[in-house]
Design a binder for this molecule. Sequence first.
Ligand SMILES: C[S@@+](CC[C@H](N)C(=O)[O-])C[C@H]1O[C@@H](n2cnc3c(N)ncnc32)[C@H](O)[C@@H]1O
Length: 212
Amino acid sequence: MTNPDLSGALTLASPEACLAHYRAWAESYDAGFASDMEYRLPAHVAAAFMAAGGGSPVLDIGAGTGLLAERLRDMGQDGPIDAVDFSAEMLERARAKGIYRRLTQADITRPIALPRQYGGLVSSGTFTAGHVGPDALPNLLALALPGARFALSVNLRVWQAMGFDRALANLQDAGHIAGMQVIEVQVYGPAAATIDPAHADDRAQIVLFRVA
Ligand SMILES: C[S@@+](CC[C@H](N)C(=O)[O-])C[C@H]1O[C@@H](n2cnc3c(N)ncnc32)[C@H](O)[C@@H]1O
């Protein structure tokens, strides 16, 4: 059995196609995709963020149905967590969980109409093929307080291919961010091998840094 939802997600060619894809995927995302594939990335990002010292309030970037915020709560993050995502349907699933203080529907590839107020900015699964590239990073830095901590996953398929390595190095060289660390993790658990062999071994970089 293949997983057309994930395969389709990784080949999206435009923001409109991405929105349409998540409109259809929202209902089955948690109980289907995340459960069947043993989707571990939100837990890895939450663990890396907390181990590095955390930060508050938190903005969950491309929050989707709220899996990363659930893991942050499990791991003891008790301050406010806000969500930003451009899919209304995914945000409705997240809202129903009652975890987020505020949910904002916005395209993160454009300037985001939120104040600079976050001490922690986290993201799982949003920086991947068919999704968001490094051009969004300045829009996110614009929301971060001085010293804010970032923990962002970047799928290894796009780490060099979309230029995340260069963009982050440039931000560090220019003195905008500091203390960058990269941790490589497995995106899915063992069950993924029987569900979607083409993606079962996907790996991601979790990028940790602070705003200088
Ligand atoms: C793979 S899902 C990850 C959701 C959640 N973080 C998780 O780990 O389960 C990617 C999310 O990014 C959102 N997304 C994609 N492109 C976006 C953009 N340009 N602006 C805001 N959100 C976007 C999608 O709507 C979707 O909810």
